[in-house]
Ligand binder design. Sequence first.
Ligand SMILES: N[C@@H](CC(=O)O)C(=O)O
Length: 321
Amino acid sequence: MADTPIGGPPTTVLISTGGTIAAQTTDDGAVPALGAAQLLSTTPRSDAVIRSVDLMSVDSSAMTVADQFAVVRAIADALTDPTVAGVVVTHGTDTMEETSFLADLYAVDDRPVVFTGAQRPADAPDSDGPANLAAALATIADPASRGRGVLVVAGGRVLSARGLFKVSTTDPAAFDCVSPDLPRRVLAEPIPVGRTARVDTFALYPGVSPGLIAAAVAQNAAGLVLAATGSGNTHPDITAEVALAVQHGVTVVVTSRVPYGEVSTTYGGGGGAVDLHRAGAIVSPWLRAPQARMALIALLTAGCDCAEIAGFFAQPGTRTD
Ligand SMILES: N[C@@H](CC(=O)O)C(=O)O
């Protein structure tokens, strides 16, 4: 661990969580093995003073919601030190869109927070991890990174966490955004510790069984996020289940399984977004299912009611770009 000398240059905190960037290839497949200090040892030299925090070592596809909030708390802990210039989080790319967005929801500090990862394991001859980590550290040092919320650096791109999704299982430019300038919503609530609200998510498709929704309600889901077809539409049978779920006090958010474009109350016919909205569902115009779920978990855990949650998804928020 390298720490900041008193009166010395600002420190960057590097939080490692696992993922392919930290993975080594074994007979049983690639698994996270390296901590922050080992990641730094293969990263092109930077003059930054770096404090390492080995928070966890997991494949991000195996992360729990508790793990994700632990990452958010570790970022907040790092920023309690006024000598810290910013925080880099190394994380698997599979669920980086979720954890980075969750961190963005609580990012009240102007200092930059940058997530990065890799598509190729650390022991691959062409691993993209070292270059991504170097770029993430450089992004912390860039004054233009301040006040932009959480950023994600991969494959030569610097993107906002808001609206982010993984677009390739292999390309180093692993991510894109649904829209480059989504308004920023920051939650005033404290970062939760302990139990969080259960929110389930389903992709909808022709022939989908309405029983999926009933099963989630029966298992006490507090919220449901539906990745509907097109601009937020589905079969009329789903609308009836949504109405029942809402009557049971479950908050239902409708988004789309389509990557780009706005989700809107355009279509009727019994299963359109107009009908789902009338059944009590909240339409998420831009956040897709993985990020809408993170927001809903945070809002329900904070005790927000349906009107407040609808306001979160509807209001423009604070533009920072
Ligand atoms: N399965 C890996 C993939 C990656 O990091 O690219 C993970 O998300 O941890």
